[in-house]
Write a new protein. Structure first.
Length: 167
């Protein structure tokens, strides 16, 4: 009976914890701490007070690569808001090869924050954010609350524009 109770408790507790960790609009985004492409450490909490687009991608993902020019245009369009600490993009790479990752950063002249643990799909951050396909993104407000997720193309552009004009 004791083992049955322990098993039931474990199942219920696991279900509760999984429900608490869901990446849902209105919930707090989990902290991310990873290494930037330049080798320095970065934590998402450093961007408190800013609207942040967290973009999960990889160099081996064709749709991710195709999306980079749009992100670059967005980053340029909102350069004033970036300078005024209102907006930032954080690229989270699910690559496993640092050389390929750096070549892509250089090729697209990506100048927003780029981070990775180079653990591919085994990245704890990918699991934490429930990433099961790429590209995937999450948009958080200045307090770290999830505002939207998995927006692309015009829908993403419109959401960012609306969010920045409301502030």
């Amino acid at each position: 009976m004791k083992n049955g109770f322990k098993l039931l408790f474990f199942i219920l507790f696991s279900s509760y914890m999984n429900a608490q960790n869901k990446i849902e609009i209105g919930k707090k985004a989990p902290e991310i701490t990873m290494t930037k492409a330049d080798g320095t450490s970065f934590s998402l909490s450093e961007l408190k007070g800013k609207l942040v687009l967290i973009d999960f991608s990889a160099t081996w993902c064709a749709p991710c690569v195709e999306e980079q020019p749009q992100l670059k245009t967005m980053y340029s369009t909102y350069s004033e808001q970036i300078k005024n600490n209102q907006f930032e993009i954080v690229g989270v790479s699910l690559d496993k090869n640092k050389e390929n990752w750096q070549k892509t950063i250089d090729r697209f002249q990506i100048n927003w924050i780029q981070i990775s643990d180079l653990k591919f799909w085994k990245s704890p951050v990918a699991k934490l954010y429930e990433v099961d396909e790429l590209p995937f993104n999450v948009i958080i407000d200045g307090q770290g609350t999830i505002l939207a997720k998995n927006l692309h193309g015009k829908e993403l552009e419109d959401f960012i524009k609306k969010s920045l004009t409301q502030n």
